[in-house]
Design a protein around this ligand. Structure first.
Ligand SMILES: [Zn+2]
Length: 93
């Protein structure tokens, strides 16, 4: 193989170039590690997006529950008060 730094022909078994001292195999390992780190960072980003989406969905559910609570309790209460007022108005005539 050829040195990635100076281009000199070196033996495959020799990882460090005898001409410039450049570590060819070490550089390849670093590149592979960099690729793995990039993959992990992408996965972390995906997980962060999933977590943030889940949090938003939970907030939506909480908002919907509050809406349901309002419809189930506040709306009948309003009708009850309305009919009580109507009843007293009709009774006082
Ligand atoms: Zn070299």
């Amino acid at each position: 193989m050829y040195c990635q730094n100076c281009g000199a022909k070196i033996e495959d078994s020799v990882n460090i170039c005898p001409f410039c001292g450049f570590s060819n195999e070490g550089d390849n390992e670093l590149t592979q590690k960099d690729l793995k780190i990039q993959e992990l960072q992408e996965k972390i980003t995906e997980l962060e997006q999933t977590v943030s989406n889940t949090t938003v969905n939970e907030n939506d559910r909480g908002f919907n529950n509050k809406k349901m609570f309002a419809f189930i309790f506040i709306l009948p209460m309003a009708f009850l008060v309305f009919f009580f007022v109507l009843f007293f108005i009709l009774a006082n005539r």
